[in-house]
Design a protein around this ligand. Structure first.
Ligand code: ASP
Ligand code: MG
Length: 413
């Protein structure tokens, strides 16, 4: 049966929470899906929970417990998507389009067992292929999976993007369209920066950096998937029919910009470990302990040791501060020396671009532009295609605009 499927007709579409925020919007999405259906596409549609449902479910849980069992949290959070898939399937039926909704257990979206941050390992496609061959649209709950014992898992906030791209990869779909409330990927967040421009195309690697730096358009793991399996992602608006931004392999980008995007991340905090022992194994111990609790460390700076003492500073998400504090206090106690300090008043401004690989002086331009504005750089981190600076939080917005301007991204017309 599946042999008969024309893969070039399979399209995976994902609609985010805003796009399916209420019944009216769901009807609008259904009408849009209908037009693709009538054009002969075989559609698998992934949806997020309606509006702010996931946030509300988190709040609901907090009325019971400060520290609910992670398994039960995932059981709870996965319900949001179960509502929206059923609603969308109903809306399609209402306008005469055959559609059938599924949750992750029904499809068999296999993940590891890391509750609240599970990774997709394998997706079974038999049922979907059967439905597509029978001319039905498949509406699949995003953000959820099942582990090897059939426990429900979730993929991390914003994880429906990853569900969609993984489905596109598993089905060898033509493309994965991500419908959202912005009409593509911009040089910076248009709500924070003046004169931003929309990209026609952006490379996987740039998008990956931008996503993990908090650009907010795509779940970063969805971009990893897309890169690994060569899925073209089309980020576009659910409110109009304009072409959005294509996320593609670097070879398909003609004009390699020195800097293609700038971002500001304000939800990190800095931790400094001062006067800690300067000997092999200390850094390993610190970052191993943090990793064991799934705390993601971003920028790390270690000073040159002096008098057998050292300082290591690093950034972590705000939300992990409490847990990190407990872990580090234990380590300090074991070493019998050193102290920890925490600073929440930081922001990270970053510039990303594949053109950096072949040009020097990009970092220098960024540093100079910040210096000229009297903004102090507290930490620096670079990769082949990224430069990040930690600065004071209250200068964040200003820094973002400055860096956008200095790399010529700002449209003046
Ligand atoms: N509903 C989930 C969230 O709010 C997943 C998603 O929207 O992609 O994070
Ligand atoms: Mg999203």
């Amino acid at each position: 049966m599946s042999a008969a499927l024309d893969r070039s007709k399979i399209l995976v579409q994902k609609f985010g929470g805003t796009s399916v925020g209420d019944a009216e919007r769901i009807k609008r999405v259904a009408a849009r899906i209908k037009s693709y259906y009538e054009n002969g596409y075989l559609l698998v549609v992934v949806v997020s929970a309606m509006g702010h449902t996931t946030d509300e479910l988190i709040k609901l849980a907090s009325q019971i417990s400060d520290n609910p069992p992670k398994r039960e949290m995932d059981m709870l959070l996965s319900t949001g998507e179960q509502v929206s898939v059923a609603m969308l399937a109903m809306a399609l039926h209402e306008i005469g389009v055959p559609a059938v909704s599924f949750n992750a257990q029904q499809i068999k979206i296999h993940t590891d067992a890391r509750y609240s941050n599970a990774r997709i390992e394998k997706i079974e496609t038999d049922r979907l292929e059967k439905e597509l061959a029978a001319g039905r649209i498949c509406i699949v709950a995003g953000f959820q999976g099942i582990d090897e014992h059939q426990n429900i898992t979730t993929l991390g906030r914003g994880g429906s993007d990853t569900s969609a791209v993984a489905l596109a990869a598993a089905l060898h779909a033509k493309e994965c369209e991500i419908f959202t409330d912005v009409d593509g990927v911009y040089t910076a967040d248009p709500n924070k920066v003046q004169g931003t421009r929309k990209h026609e195309r952006i490379s996987y690697d740039e998008m990956l950096e931008l996503a993990s730096l908090g650009a907010g358009v795509l779940h970063s793991r969805s971009v990893e998937f897309a890169k690994k399996y060569g899925v073209v992602i089309h980020v576009r608006s659910s409110f109009n029919f304009n072409t959005g931004t294509l996320v593609v392999p670097e070879e398909q980008i003609m004009e390699k910009l020195l800097v293609s995007g700038v971002t500001l991340k304000s939800d990190d905090a800095r931790v400094s470990l001062n006067d800690i022992p300067d000997r092999p194994g200390i850094a390993a111990e610190v970052f191993h302990a943090l990793a064991a609790q799934n705390i993601n460390v971003d920028i790390i700076v270690q000073s040159t040791g002096k008098d057998n003492k050292n300082t290591i500073s690093f950034t972590i998400p705000h939300k992990d501060l409490k847990q990190a504090r407990e872990i580090l206090e234990l380590l300090l106690k074991n070493w019998g020396t050193g102290s920890a300090s925490f600073d929440e008043n930081i922001a990270i401004v970053s510039a990303v671009g594949v053109g950096m690989k072949s040009h020097s002086g990009v970092a220098a331009s960024m540093f100079k532009s910040l210096a000229d504005a009297g903004i102090n750089i507290e930490m620096i981190s670079t990769s082949e295609i990224k430069i990040s600076c930690v600065i004071a939080k209250d200068r964040g917005r200003e820094a973002l605009q400055i860096v956008h301007d200095v790399f010529g991204l700002t449209q003046t017309a």
